[in-house]
Every structure is written in C-alpha cells, then in structure tokens.
Design a protein around this ligand. Structure first.
Ligand SMILES: *Cc1c(COP(=O)(O)O)cnc(C)c1O
Length: 399
C-alpha cells in the first residue's frame, strides 16, 4: 500500500518548486509564489481523477472526516452509524463535533453490514459512515438505498481504498461526500494530509471556509475577508501538497503494481480449500492494498498468524487481537476516558458498549487475516512469499 516506498525524483522536484520561492502556505502571497499553487493543483487533479466536481485538501484524513461532518451540519447529539472494524479516527472525528458514534456489526465484506445499519437507525441518526477497510468496499448500493429512504447523509471513508471502484465509480465519489488520507502509510502520501471530495457545492464551500477559520476566500486581501460562520484551522501546507502533486500522478501505476502482487499471492492461496476470501460486493473493484482471507476457525487463524510472523512473512495482521482497529481494543471509548469533560449530549447519548453484542463481527474478524501488499517487492520476491505462505498455511490446516 504505501506510497512512501516509491518516493523519488518527481516528489523532490515538486517540493523543490515550493522551496525555491519560499511560500509554504496554500493561501495568499500571490506575488512571491511564481505561479506555484500546489494545494490548488492537487485539488484539481484529485477531483479529476475521482470524477467529482469538488475536492478540498486538509491536514489529515482525520480532519477530513471532521470537516466533512461539520460541512453537512452534523453537530451535538446527532448519531453517526459506523462499523466495529475501522481506524480510531472514525469515532474521534464523530466525537470532535459533539456527535455520537453508533457502532454496528460488519459482515464478510469486513465493512458495514447493511442490515445492521437499518436496525440501528433512530430519530437522531444523521449519517451513515462506511469505512472501506483494507482496500475493499462496503455494499454501497444497499447503503445508498437505506440513506435515501431515511434521508441520511452517506459519508465514505475511503482512506484505505483510494483507487478502488464500485459500479465503475471511484470509491469516495459514491456517497454525498468521501474522505481520503495522505498520511505516510497510505497508498499515496503527502507526508501528512487528507481530502474531502463531493459533488455538492454547499458542502464544498463549507469545507473550504471551515478548514481555514471560516474565511470566505473572496477577493485577494486575506485580512479583509469575512467569516460567515465559525471555523477552525485544518489547512495543509504547500510542502505537503507538493509531495501529493507527484504522488497523484502515480496512483494508477501504484494500483497496477498492487494488483499484480495481490494476484500472485491470491492465486497461491486459492488452491487451499480451507481458505475463503473476503467478499467484494458485486460491481466492486478493490485497490489491492491488502489480501484478506478467512480460515475455518479462530484457533487455526491464530496459529497461521503466529506461524507467518515466525517465518518472517511481515505485515500480516490479525486485527481481532493485535491491533487497535477493532472494537475489542476501544476501552478508552467505551469508558469515555477523555482529558476534559465530554459534551453532555455525548455522555447522555452514548450506548453502554461494554454490554453490546458484536458476536456477528467477531464471527468474521476472529477468522480473518489481512496481508499488506507492498509496492517495493520484486516479482521474484512475491512468488517466493506466495509459495512460503501457502506452505505454512497448508501445514497448519492439514497437519
Ligand atoms: C489512516 C486512516 C484515517 C486517518 O487518516 P490520518 O491522515 O492518519 O489522520 C481514517 N480512516 C481510515 C480508515 C484510515 O486508514
């Protein structure tokens, strides 16, 4: 997945442009910048690649989610439906706007189960937030129908699936808004950065203003701009955006490389009858950043995961136990351990998650392994890795 693996001359040339004129900020200083507007350029390239009218860059994927929620008017006491398997940024952004994270089960797509979403809707629900984890997507057709029927906002977290598609549309462009992260370990990187894409002008304008203290960005005297509403600072710097300008041009090259490596690994594991692969919804195309598969039991999965690690097959994750991407490690959320007092709406509205039953999620996550697909491998290395993995797994499932 990581774009940092292929950081080279194009990235350096883009950053050098910024260093040559010294304007490190994305707004203003028109005279000094010699025509270099890296953030604007990246927004244009991203909107074009994602086939949306608008793109707004911000400082991170987490801030993209926060700004997206604010831009749609989500606030105190509103409920946002999210999956039990995601990065912690999902509930961090929801809590940041005073809204309430409502956790629901995932299914064999490793993303939101549409039936679980339906059951979780209340009069307070405002948003459904699918998270396209590990390179593949939620059932966007089903979720779109649910959102339309219930007048809910559909906000896609496509941070881990940039470049994938659903019914021919780029992931992130299907819902009302989509978010990307360009942090250092994502498919393409800015070092740090994120973006919101949308076809809705109001959301875009709100995001543009809100992420820069509410500045209306009218005219070219920054000091004289008006502030139609309260904002915050979630700006990206020109240096970070410059790296992204080089990386976005390489997105399709990266995806093609991931697909090639993924296909070799998958083929090797396909011959093992005990292995099944994560379900990709009809019409979906992954971005191939991970290969995700299931084993028949939790015990076998743990054994396989341990054996892969001991054989130096790196970057294979057993999210059920080891990492903070699954609800079982979210004690700080469940106990509401915040430095200061949380808003009353949150304290009163948040369900008691220590009592909730997520056994449907456990059924899939307990048997799931996700292996990162790297860009930097040689073809020979991928074939060796595939053969080694298949050998290890065979030995464990058929001793
Ligand atoms: C990385 C990531 C984020 C947050 O992005 P940052 O740029 O690191 O803040 C949000 N959601 C998902 C699914 C991610 O993988």
């Amino acid at each position: 997945m990581p774009g940092f693996e292929l950081f080279g001359s194009q990235e350096k040339a883009q950053v050098q442009d910024v260093l040559d004129n010294g304007v490190l900020m994305r707004y203003g200083f028109d005279g000094m910048r010699n025509g270099h507007w890296k953030a604007k350029e990246l927004e244009k390239a991203l909107a074009a690649r994602m086939q949306t009218k608008y793109a707004q860059l911000v400082s991170s994927g987490t801030s993209a989610l926060t700004v997206a929620l604010v831009s749609a008017g989500v606030g105190a006491g509103d409920e946002v439906i999210m999956p039990t398997f995601t990065f912690v940024a999902t509930f961090e952004s929801i809590l940041a706007v005073g809204a309430i994270p409502i956790l629901v089960d995932i299914d064999d797509t490793l993303t939101l189960d549409p039936d679980a979403v339906k059951k979780a809707i209340t009069s307070k629900t405002k948003v459904v937030m699918p998270v396209h984890m590990c390179g593949s997507m939620a059932n966007m057709g089903a979720l779109k129908t649910i959102c339309e029927e219930n007048q809910l906002l559909l906000l896609e977290d496509a941070c881990q699936a940039i470049g994938g598609s659903y019914n021919g549309k780029p992931l992130g462009s299907i819902g009302d808004m989509g978010c990307f992260s360009f942090d250092y370990v994502k498919t393409i990187t800015c070092g740090e950065g994120g973006a919101i894409i949308t076809n809705t002008e109001t959301y875009y304008k709100n995001a543009d203003h809100y992420s820069d203290h509410g500045h209306d960005h009218v005219g070219n005297d920054r000091g004289a701009e008006t502030h139609p509403f309260l904002g915050y600072n979630f700006r990206i710097s020109e240096l970070n955006a410059a790296v992204g300008c080089a990386q976005i041009n390489r997105l399709d090259e990266f995806i093609a490389l991931q697909e090639k490596h993924y296909t070799i690994l998958r083929k090797a594991l396909s011959d093992i009858p005990e292995i099944t692969f994560r379900r990709v919804p009809d019409g979906g195309v992954e971005n191939y950043s991970f290969l995700n598969f299931f084993l028949p039991t939790e015990e076998l999965t743990q054994k396989v995961h341990k054996a892969l690690g001991e054989s130096q097959i790196d970057a294979c994750f057993y999210w059920f136990d080891n990492n903070w991407h699954y609800y079982r490690k979210w004690g700080h959320l469940f106990q509401q351990k915040s430095l200061g007092r949380l808003p009353k709406d949150v304290l009163e509205g948040i369900p008691d998650y220590t009592q909730e039953d997520f056994s449907k999620s456990d059924h899939w996550m307990g048997r799931s392994i996700s292996c990162l697909v790297k860009l930097g491998w040689t073809e020979k290395e991928v074939h060796e890795r595939a053969a080694k993995m298949a050998g290890i797994i065979r030995q464990i499932v058929n001793p």
